[in-house]
Write a protein that binds this ligand. Structure first.
Ligand SMILES: Cc1ncc(COP(=O)(O)O)c(C=O)c1O
Length: 302
């Protein structure tokens, strides 16, 4: 038996079965634990439905191919696991099912060539976290980058997430700001992405985000926002973003599965976009909400 963080729902999934979280244990020889040899996804769910699921499962499948993981359950099985988490924890109600994060982790297991370890759990999204959608986040540039490794790993959600994790630790030590988000820059000073989000700015009605080739994660919400922006008639572009460009932008925002779109209101203490949620961020939030409502309706329509 081990301690379960208060934000984790009581029933988790491990290797084919749902069980009480405090009883779920993995081997000390698991390669995910020993050498970060594995992949993960964090999927937002509401009203009993995992949202943007296909984008997450596609990204996971690409990561599994990249890491040459064998025996990963197929997409249908994984979708069943995520939906099962909601049902088993009593949070699958189509009207009142809360907003939660579903974390799916797949490691190579104990041996190369052996079966993978599959773990999934549901986490509460705190009011503080959700308030970032309206109040915004404060950006702080981190002194290291996911891109520093200089290879394709940055495009995948592998368990080797030390740059993001260290960023969280450093921010927790250096600021009491509950809405702090670390940002990675490349060697030339271009802003790349947040520790757990993608970056956008708005210039004269044009929506700009750094290209994937800059060494960033292809965010599921980034992809959706590019589609939604085009659908509401905004021009979109994938271009490098410098600090100066961000400071001069009409507005800026981040995207992530649990936040969708959240305004970025400052960077290293300098106000961005007037320090408030901008009109484009708000329009994209409305469009994203409508897309989610559609997704929920489609799920229940079968
Ligand atoms: C480094 C990084 N960039 C971007 C994102 C946003 O991706 P998504 O929109 O799929 O949540 C995440 C999500 O955790 C991330 O860790």
């Amino acid at each position: 038996m081990h301690t379960v963080p208060a934000v984790i729902y009581p029933t988790v999934y491990l290797d084919g079965a749902f069980m009480p979280a405090e009883r779920a244990t993995i081997s000390p020889f698991d390669r995910g634990f020993l050498v970060a040899d594995g992949i993960f996804e964090t999927v937002y769910a509401t009203r009993g439905v995992p949202i943007q699921l296909q984008r997450h499962l596609d990204r996971l499948a690409r990561a599994a191919v990249y890491l040459r993981l064998r025996g990963v359950p197929d997409a249908e099985t994984l979708a069943g696991v995520l939906r099962g988490l909601l049902v088993e924890n009593g949070i699958a109600d189509p009207e009142s099912g809360p907003e939660v994060a579903l974390r799916l982790t797949i490691s190579r297991g104990v041996e190369i060539g052996g079966p993978p370890t599959v773990v999934a759990f549901a986490r509460r999204l705190t009011a503080g976290h959700l308030s970032k959608r309206t109040v915004g986040v404060d950006g702080f540039v981190l002194p290291y980058s996911r891109a520093a490794s200089g290879h394709d790993l940055t495009h995948h959600k592998t368990l080797a997430y030390l740059a993001s994790s260290l960023g969280q630790v450093v921010l927790a030590e250096t600021t009491s700001d509950p809405r702090a988000e670390g940002f990675f820059v490349d060697d030339d000073g271009h802003l790349l992405e947040g520790a757990s989000s993608n970056l956008f700015l708005v210039e004269g009605g044009r929506v700009v985000t750094p290209p994937i080739s800059a060494g960033i994660l292809p965010g599921t919400s980034r992809a959706e926002v590019l589609v939604l922006a085009a659908a509401i008639g905004l021009e979109t572009a994938e271009e490098p973003i410098t600090r100066a460009r961000l400071a001069a932008a009409d507005e800026a925002f981040i995207t992530s599965s649990t936040l969708r779109v959240a305004p970025l209101v400052s960077l290293d203490g300098v106000t961005v976009g007037g320090g408030v949620r901008g009109p484009v961020a708000e329009r994209l939030q409305v469009a994203f909400q409508a897309e989610i409502d559609d997704e929920v309706a489609r799920w229940y329509a079968g």
